[in-house]
Design a binder for this molecule. Structure first.
Ligand SMILES: Cc1ncc(COP(=O)(O)O)c(C=O)c1O
Length: 427
């Protein structure tokens, strides 16, 4: 377990999970996402003290990743009908104990409500309205409530999911109303969940635990599960450390035990990580297609843009970068460069800070044809990819026990225009 360990990142890389970068590229081209299964396995093992690891598949929802996580005993959360169907396609059993799939959202769109009713899925309600809507189609259902405790935390304002400015969860003062709604609509509240944002630290966590305990006491003995939500951070920068998982678990376990004493029955303790399980497994390999000097700035321009990895433009997120020199030459000098993509957008810069300010990174000198790898890209990477500027979404590759599996092929022009039609012209 990486207890408070700090991380280091190399600026030069020749292989990923034991496979040469040049070999991967010669077979699958660039840009491409590569996931290292060994790293995912390690991260699952780190959390094995929790009764249930419920993977927030929004972080990386390829069905091959879901399949492998299911085989490791992990269950999933789904935020849309599409994610429910992904989980079903990957073999999760919605009626296992604990449920293999939980629908967690702040709203039901119509398709999701129909699917939840049809498959009798367990729901984690993020709005009081959901209790009413579910009760109307699935009387007798049991639900979890996702509570907004009145405060939040996040690595960026955009990933803070608690407090009065957040749209997420049921406001902590609304519990009585939820209890009345549940009674009226014949719904049982069996779970309680708090996710205040991505990038949790231990200080915020103890506040979350206290708040969850107060809410649990209000709901009472119908509860059988409490969920710590997601938000476990991973290091993206040199020298950043992991959360101390032993302390993290201890805080939740103490909360659980106090509630068990009060209720007189066991409570299941779930954790719902997305990023923690997959971020470090992922690499986005791109080719450097131009090296330009613009005044005092040197730019490496890649064949991957924010259509492939949106976190830098969305949050000013920092990703470690390494270079693979074609032919393996590895100069030891460093130069300060700006790294950008091919899109017709000045914001298409991977080395930017929140607010869009262009930053420089000290990297090895490189030439057109060398490869640049954006690392720690497995979470909120491919899943946010788009076809902006008519670009095809890249392939996803999974390296498992020394073999590279293509788990999603590169899109083609036919994929790009599929579903589009030109209407006849009125004559
Ligand atoms: C309800 C819920 N659970 C879990 C997660 C996963 O968060 P993370 O990837 O930071 O662990 C999210 C992320 O938005 C979420 O909204």
């Amino acid at each position: 377990m990486p207890v408070a360990a700090t991380s280091t990142f190399d600026l030069l890389r020749t292989e990923i999970a034991g496979i040469e970068v040049e070999k991967i590229v010669s077979q699958f081209g660039t840009p491409c996402y590569v996931y290292d299964m060994q790293m995912i396995r390690r991260r699952v093992e780190d959390l094995s003290m929790f009764d249930t690891i419920r993977y927030a598949q929004k972080a990386c929802s390829n069905i091959a990743i879901l399949d492998r996580l299911r085989r490791l005993g992990v269950v999933v959360d789904a935020v849309s009908a599409g994610e429910v169907r992904r989980a079903l396609a990957a073999g999760f059993d919605p009626h296992s104990n604990p449920p293999g799939i939980v629908y967690t959202a702040d709203v039901f769109d119509r398709e999701a409500l129909d699917l939840v009713a049809e498959r009798s899925l367990h729901v984690n309600c993020g709005s009081p309205d959901m209790i009413e809507q579910l009760g109307a189609v699935s009387p007798g259902a049991s639900v979890t409530l996702r509570i907004n405790p009145g405060f939040g935390h996040g690595h960026s304002q955009k990933t803070n999911t608690g407090g009065p400015q957040s749209k997420h969860g049921i406001w902590h003062m609304d519990i009585d109303r939820c209890l009345r709604l549940a009674d009226m609509h014949n719904v049982a509240i069996t779970g309680l969940h708090m996710h205040i944002g991505s990038g949790t630290d231990l200080e915020h966590l103890s506040q979350v635990c206290q708040s969850l305990e107060r809410t649990a006491e209000q709901i009472g003995r119908t509860l059988t599960t409490i969920s710590a939500g997601g938000g476990l951070p991973v290091p993206y920068r040199e020298g950043q450390s992991y959360v101390d998982l032993e302390q993290y678990y201890a805080l939740w376990d103490q909360t659980r035990k106090r509630l068990e004493q009060r209720f007189g029955h066991p409570l299941r303790l779930e954790i719902e990580p997305g990023r923690y399980l997959v971020a470090e497994s992922g690499f986005l390999i791109a080719e450097i297609r131009a090296v330009k000097q613009m005044g005092e700035n040197t730019f490496y321009l890649l064949d991957a843009g924010f259509n492939d990895l949106a976190r830098p433009i969305l949050y000013g997120a920092y990703h470690p970068i390494s270079i693979t020199h074609r032919g393996g030459v590895a100069p030891s000098e460093r130069i300060d460069v700006v790294v950008g993509g091919p899109l017709c957008e000045s914001g298409d810069i991977f080395t930017q800070e929140e607010g869009g300010f262009v930053a420089k990174r000290s990297l090895p000198p490189a030439r057109v044809g060398d490869f640049l790898i954006l690392e720690v890209a497995g979470a909120y990477g491919f899943v946010m990819a788009s076809n902006y500027n008519g670009r095809y979404r890249p392939p996803e590759l999974l390296i498992e026990d020394g073999t590279v599996h293509c788990i999603r092929r590169r899109e083609t022009f036919e994929d790009l225009i599929s579903g589009e039609t030109i209407p006849p012209v009125a004559t």
